[in-house]
Design a protein around this ligand. Structure first.
Ligand SMILES: C[S@@+](CC[C@H](N)C(=O)[O-])C[C@H]1O[C@@H](n2cnc3c(N)ncnc32)[C@H](O)[C@@H]1O
Length: 320
């Protein structure tokens, strides 16, 4: 891996970042790579792209083409700006960082944060500025959340971090290079249907079904993601499977809170479901933090991927 490749990584913090599940997802991808040597990678709910950037960093040469999508237009504009014109973005971010660190007290920093949040919420048509403000707010707000109110205004409070990294120029430049073979879409996940074929690997990470009515955290974009959307996603997975493509989906395990709530076990009963221990970084209540299980649902078994070759041997052969 070159020095530049080593810097390919998410440029935002995002709820539901997938670091904990990466080893399981990686094992599944390399099994497909082993069969096809190169794949098309499609991620219809990309968020901060924890899996995308991990795969581009580690297996970039085996990924022929990638398509990412998210319903959040500010987010997908950020990806497009990084892909097409990283330098103006970097210089705006460097200025914002300088301004932030010119204040040593949290009260002054909070005032600046609120001013920039206001600017962000009312800015239209200046994509580079909007992307710079989005990254700035993401790095300085509470927990790196992205949440909007009913009017679509970003409303996450100030985060009080001592030394947030606001402008990481090297990561942005490395991502810009890596994104050259990535097509960026801003639409509903179902629109990625046209990419279904036997060489395609879909990784689906939708807003999780909340574990309880109070733990609802699925407001990444105006509108939310509800049970009907989970059903639409199941129908989409059926299409992917029928078209001979491979899919891996992560979702919450509703049996964590209530053993009888087997929503996904029922819905995906003809597919492979694995329960993986995961630490949720974001939970609505502090006391709810800790180890819980998440689900990895795939069509492994339907596609006949049940014999698992030695994952470590495969990883090193693909990286040699
Ligand atoms: C769980 S997050 C993905 C997190 C991502 N794996 C990461 O590493 O950051 C779900 C994403 O789906 C997006 N989303 C919500 N509804 C959508 C829809 N109908 N179609 C496409 N994307 C949607 C949200 O904006 C959010 O970024």
């Amino acid at each position: 891996m070159s020095e530049v490749e080593a810097k390919i990584k998410p440029f935002l913090k995002w709820a539901g970042g997938k670091t904990q599940l990466l080893p399981s997802i990686e094992t599944k991808l390399i099994q497909r790579l082993h069969k096809n040597t190169s794949v098309n990678y499609i991620e219809p709910f990309v968020g901060s792209g924890a899996v995308l950037f991990f795969l581009l960093r580690k297996y970039g040469k085996h990924i022929k083409r990638a398509v990412i999508n998210d319903l959040n237009p500010v987010l997908t504009d950020c990806y497009s700006i990084i892909k097409q014109s990283p330098e103006p973005l970097i210089s705006q971010l460097a200025k914002l960082e300088q301004q932030y660190f010119s204040f040593s007290g949290q009260e002054d920093r909070k005032k600046l944060f609120l001013e920039k949040r206001e600017e962000f919420n009312h800015l239209e048509g200046e994509a580079v500025r909007k992307s710079a403000l989005m990254i700035f707010l993401n790095k300085t707000c509470f927990n790196g959340l992205y949440r909007v109110n009913s009017k679509g205004f970003f409303n996450v409070p100030f985060g009080k971090y001592a030394k947030p990294t606001i402008c990481n120029a090297e990561v942005i430049r490395a991502n810009s290079q890596a994104l050259q073979k990535v097509e960026i879409l801003n639409t509903d996940f179902t629109e990625t249907e046209s990419y279904i074929n036997e060489q395609t690997f879909f990784y689906l990470d939708p807003p999780y079904k909340p574990l309880s009515t109070t733990a609802s955290f699925n407001t990444y974009a105006k509108g939310g993601f509800f049970d009907d959307d989970q059903l639409r996603l199941k129908a989409f997975c059926d299409l992917v499977n029928k078209g001979g493509a491979y899919f891996v989906q992560s979702n919450s395990d509703t049996t964590n809170n209530d053993e009888s709530n087997t929503f996904f076990q029922e819905l995906y009963k003809e597919y492979t479901i694995e329960r993986v221990k995961a630490k949720r970084a974001i939970n609505s209540k502090g006391s709810g933090r800790g180890e819980i299980f998440e689900l990895i649902i795939s069509n492994d078994h339907v596609l006949g991927n049940t014999t698992s070759p030695d994952a470590d041997a495969l990883k090193s052969s693909l990286n040699s």
